[in-house]
Design a protein around this ligand. Structure first.
Ligand code: ASP
Length: 369
């Protein structure tokens, strides 16, 4: 008897010593599948989980080190029961990776699944949970290939689910609220994080660790959301979703495009190496207004002449890269990225290359998207 009591005590002490993560806590209750009993008055939102810090876990609630993609979609749903008042939800696990490992296989699977779901009459919108590292690229990719006006909303968190003041649960709640909001329709793919609603073409990660990391420096916010209460200011900038000319129909692989950062004393070696490695396009994260050294310009123009699509973007945090400013893009067959940063220029260029490698056509696409 005494042995039994001390065993129970030992187990109780061990459990009490574990961190009390928002998502992991709910895991115990989350044995059941993520499908809830249908409430006809509420819209149906499908949650697609891909991993990231929002699904991350650490051994204690105050440590910086953690592992992304530890918590499954059922646990994510169970951890925010408040969201059940906003929508009928069901979840699907697309992947469970840190978004630094995001890749074309997951992108194609995710985009195809979103297109299937938004074509279903009973689905009002889709929420995608993702890591913050590459969320801007995934959001922009989906913005160009999803064929629906229904809300598709990505969300993420900077702190893992086990952290003190984890930001994931409220971000998730707000994302569901925006996806369930009829006014979110027709605004392109959205990213909801830290009370702000960003357009896919505008947001960028600006801090490695701060919770307030995402900004839409050039094109501004689409709206704000406070505890599920959304206010929309405007629509997205650039062609998107139903007005996009890009489609994944018949696409099994995306062309390789490399990003090369310009710097003092740059030569053309990396530009030539990228093409030798199979790149069909190059994006330069240029200095200033998309500039690079004379030897690098020479190498870039030589590749452009051979039919490699070459885009000048900038390593500067914000601002437009203009055409024919300090370089003669017309003569050199180069494309100016205008308002797109290097990582988003790469996304657009990969899709552009599924249609054309003509720099004039590609410039037209950068003008319109
Ligand atoms: N490395 C993580 C990821 O992108 C960071 C995060 O989600 O905040 O998956």
């Amino acid at each position: 008897m005494l042995r039994k009591i001390s065993l129970c005590l030992a187990i109780a002490l061990f459990v009490a010593a574990l961190p009390s993560p928002a998502f992991a806590q709910a895991a115990a209750v989350a044995e059941k599948p993520a499908v809830q009993a249908a409430k006809p008055a509420l819209p149906t939102i499908v949650v697609l989980a891909t991993g990231g810090t929002i699904a991350g876990a650490a051994a204690t609630d105050t440590q910086a080190g953690y592992t992304s993609g530890q918590v499954g979609v059922d646990q994510l749903l169970a951890a925010v029961p408040q969201a059940k008042k906003l929508a009928n939800m069901r979840g699907e696990q697309i992947s469970n990776i840190g978004s630094q490992d995001m890749n074309d296989e997951v992108w194609l699977k995710l985009a195809r699944r979103v297109n299937e779901l938004v074509a279903m009459p009973d689905v009002a919108g889709v929420v995608i949970t993702h890591g913050t590292d590459t969320i801007e690229e995934t959001a922009y990719f989906l913005n160009l290939v999803i064929k629906s006006k229904k809300p598709v909303v990505l969300t993420a968190s900077m702190r893992p689910s086990t952290a003190l003041s984890a930001d994931g649960p409220l971000n998730f709640f707000n994302a569901v609220a925006v996806a369930a909001n009829k006014d979110a329709a027709g605004r392109g793919v959205l990213v909801v994080i830290n009370d702000w609603i960003h357009g896919a073409s505008s947001l960028t990660k600006t801090s490695t660790t701060a919770v307030q990391t995402f900004m839409s420096p050039l094109r501004g916010l689409i709206g704000t959301v406070a505890y599920g209460d959304a206010e929309f200011f405007r629509g997205p900038v650039g062609r998107n979703t139903v007005t996009s000319e890009f489609s994944l129909d018949g696409v099994t692989a995306l062309p390789r495009v490399d990003i090369i950062m310009a710097h003092e004393n740059m030569d053309g070696a990396l530009i030539d190496a990228a093409v030798a490695a199979g790149a069909k396009g190059i994006v330069i994260a240029g200095v200033g207004n998309g500039n690079l050294t004379a030897p690098a310009v020479k190498a870039l123009a030589a590749q452009a002449k051979k039919g490699i699509a070459c885009v000048r973007s900038t390593r500067v945090a914000t601002g437009v890269v203009g055409r024919n400013v300090e370089l003669d893009d017309d003569a050199l067959n180069l494309v100016a990225s205008l308002g797109l940063n290097p990582q988003k220029s790469r996304v657009l260029l990969r899709l552009a290359l599924t249609k054309t490698s003509d720099p004039k056509q590609i410039q037209r696409m950068f003008d319109e998207y």
